[in-house]
Design a protein around this ligand. Structure first.
Ligand code: NAP
Length: 357
């Protein structure tokens, strides 16, 4: 896909961890954009951002500034998406939204490009990009579900600070630097506890009366929506953990299949699956690592082995770059699919706020 045009593409949250990666990926993949327009809050208005060998100037969101856009890739937080996604749609642009705000709405498709691209066909102007943890897990589990059916998943995540954004990366770096230099450690501001040299069994927040975090709830609900499964059809339990890593999310996944699946057959299915790289020679020290996944678009899968406690269960270790496949790359893949399928258009009568979930 190397020709330029025909779309005017808005990137909302363009100065953020995800937004800057979206600009990189759009240029790398040669997305057919006649123009790319970066948006931020007033704070970063006027900032110059690198794009495709040149520079783009960031602007704040306004009714005038968004006129004439065809496609918007948005990652400026749920509050911005709640307000602005319907306004983009009303002005004629299709939105690929990275926040959690629209993901569970009934008429908003939630898409992993390799797993459920056909769900795009019914979009009503807004398409949602899944949570990074669910996304990378499903790139690997989607093909297994198609082949033998999955009835239960138990997953623990090891999530990097870039998943929380720029300020969290600065917090880890500043705390680590202070500890290593024997100076006063800056107090935790983004996270509830110090993240440097620590492991936090909390990603996002606990809603009143719930002993699972909002991240764990999202992972469970979004996995079912993407695979089109009910709670009865697919049991899932998630524990989400923040670790002092900058980029690259790791996941320990226990999968119970409907039909028996050997580790060898699992490796064979995954070796032929789009977006997956099998990295699995543990005796030689070869397995997926966050450092190896960072900067790549594939999801790495290894440590594939039988669970000795159950005849239809396998364990595996799944690693991906949360900013690339977990966010920016999938958003750009969705934009490419919309382009290829002639779906960069808002269907008639879709300008109203989508139905709630
Ligand atoms: N990080 C990940 O791995 C990841 C993965 C999937 C989804 N997401 C989701 O993507 C969103 C952004 O995440 P991030 O990690 O990129 O955060 P981030 O690094 O904190 O960046 C936030 C971006 O939003 C902009 N922004 C904030 N308030 C705004 C407003 N009122 N109007 C316009 N722009 C505004 C910021 O602009 P300024 O420079 O002006 O502040 C910045 O560009 C979140 O909803 C997050 O849940 C993140």
């Amino acid at each position: 896909m190397s020709e330029r045009g025909p779309y005017r593409v808005g990137v909302v949250g363009a100065t953020g961890a995800v937004g800057t990666t979206i600009l990189e990926v759009l240029a790398e993949r040669g997305f057919p954009a006649a123009e790319v327009v970066p948006f931020s809050s007033e704070r970063s208005a006027g900032a110059k951002l690198p794009y495709d060998g040149g520079e783009l100037e960031c602007r704040p969101l306004s009714a005038e500034a968004i006129a004439g856009l065809d496609l918007v890739l948005s990652s400026a937080g749920g509050k911005v998406s709640a307000e602005w996604a319907p306004r983009f749609v009303e002005s004629g642009a299709v939105v690929v939204d990275n926040t959690s705000y629209w993901r569970m709405h009934d008429d908003v498709p939630l898409i992993v490009a390799e797993v459920n691209p056909d769900a795009l066909d019914s979009h009503r102007g807004i398409v949602a990009n899944p949570n990074c943890s669910a996304m990378q897990m499903l790139v690997a589990l989607g093909p297994l579900h198609r082949a033998v059916g999955i009835e239960r998943i138990v997953v623990s995540t090891y999530q990097p600070v870039s998943g929380t954004g720029r300020r969290a990366m600065q917090e880890l770096e500043a705390q680590t630097h202070a500890i290593l230099h024997g100076s006063e450690v800056p107090p935790a501001a983004v996270y509830p506890h110090r993240i440097a040299f620590n492991v936090l069994p909390q990603v996002e927040t606990f809603k009143a009366g719930d002993d699972y975090t909002t991240e764990e709830r999202k992972m469970m609900a979004e996995t079912r929506k993407i695979l089109g499964a009910t709670e009865d059809e697919l049991k899932i339990s998630a524990t989400c953990v923040r670790v002092p890593v900058l980029k690259g999310e790791s996941e320990s996944v226990n999968v119970q299949t409907r039909e028996a699946l050997s580790p060898e057959e699992c490796r064979r299915i995954l070796a032929g699956a789009p977006g997956v790289m099998v990295v699995d020679a543990p005796g030689d020290g070869v397995y997926p690592l966050a450092t190896e996944a960072a900067g790549r678009d594939q999801v790495l899968v290894g440590r594939i082995r039988r669970d000795p406690s159950h005849e239809r269960c396998l364990n595996m270790w799944i690693v991906g770059d949360n900013l690339r496949k977990g966010a920016a790359t999938n958003a750009v893949q969705v934009a490419e699919l919309l382009h290829e399928r002639g779906l960069v258009r808002v269907p008639e009568g879709a300008a109203a706020t989508p139905a709630s979930n």
